[in-house]
Design a protein around this ligand. Structure first.
Ligand code: 0X9
Ligand code: ZN
Ligand code: ZN
Length: 303
């Protein structure tokens, strides 16, 4: 049985995408943006009232073992549908913005963490034709691809793949974003763990052209998040706040012109790490909702 306060396996999540779209036809619709290496359908939920307006693209589960991330995407869609018409801010956000939510980007990897190796990170492709499986999808985007904080060794956990966008999962997301670049104003990517809100750049220590605004938006979002349970988040440019990486989705989205591009590293700070207990799903998602609503309000008001 699907539950928002439990981790759900992929079959449950797929069924859930169909069910929530059927239950709220005027708020949620489901489309397929591609298929994974192992031919699983990549379903995207479009959440919002009426036709497409300014849009916010949200993805979860780029890294397979970061289970709190897909849990958050599901939580977000539930909260949106459940509180539409009741919560004033959510009603306004859904009336005036479109949220594209990809509940699990790396589906094959996610399935692998449920069936074979709980600590799997990469996707499940053998595009290198070596003994080692998997490309790190957060190293496979076309932004300073495979330069810094990345590896060309297919056995590495941060393998960049044989080429930028070599992976079907990367390609599907990048194509969708390119096709909808006029409407997409913000890109939010959810990872775990370390409690950070990161923004470009990661492939260079140079500050992004809009650094000051990104910093202000991040600070406000982190303040909103911590107002609930006092959870401490660091925020800043990715390279200096966590570590440099190249081929990452947020840098790519930013350089495509999506000027509000953020990566969340959700709870915790290492006590449980990727194995965050289920009783922490609710508090983690509730506080994160505040940050996402805060950023969304900013987009609505100023962008
Ligand atoms: O290494 C990563 O991809 C992210 N950390 S994780 O533990 N979730 O794997 C950090 C990404 C930082 N880089 C960007 N935000 N671009
Ligand atoms: Zn990650
Ligand atoms: Zn709630």
């Amino acid at each position: 049985r699907h539950s928002y306060s439990k981790y759900n396996k992929w079959e449950k999540i797929v069924a859930w995408t169909a069910n929530i779209a059927a239950k709220y036809p005027d708020l949620v619709s489901r489309t397929q943006i591609g298929t994974t290496t192992e031919e699983r359908p990549m379903y995207l939920l479009k959440v919002g009232k009426g036709s497409v307006k300014k849009a916010i693209f949200i993805d979860c589960g780029i890294h397979a073992r970061e289970w709190i991330s897909p849990a958050f995407c599901q939580w977000f869609v539930n909260e949106a549908t459940k509180t539409y018409g009741k919560n004033k801010l959510m009603t306004k956000l859904l009336n005036r913005l479109t949220f594209y939510v990809l509940p699990v980007l790396n589906i094959d990897g996610y399935v692998w963490t449920w069936t074979a190796d709980r600590m799997w990170r990469k996707n499940r492709s053998n595009s290198s034709n070596t003994n080692c499986i998997g490309t790190d999808l957060n190293r496979n985007f076309d932004s300073a691809w495979c330069t810094i904080g990345s590896s060309d060794d297919s056995c590495s956990e941060i393998y960049c793949g044989p080429a930028a966008e070599s992976e079907k999962e990367t390609k599907a997301v990048a194509n969708f974003i390119r096709h909808n670049i006029q409407s997409i104003k913000a890109y939010l990517s959810f990872h775990s763990y370390s409690q950070m809100l990161l923004y470009p750049y990661s492939y260079t220590y140079e500050l992004a052209p809009t650094h000051d605004e990104l910093n202000n938006v991040a600070k406000a979002a982190v303040d909103a998040l911590s107002s609930l349970y006092s959870t401490k988040y660091k925020y800043g440019p990715s390279a200096s706040t966590i570590y440099p990486t190249s081929g990452s989705s947020d840098d790519w989205a930013y350089d495509e012109g999506i000027k509000y591009s953020f990566t969340f590293e959700l709870r915790d700070r290492g006590k449980y790490g990727f194995l965050l207990p289920e009783n922490l799903i609710k508090p983690t998602c509730e506080e994160t909702m505040l940050a996402v609503k805060n950023i969304s309000s900013y987009i609505l008001r100023y962008v």
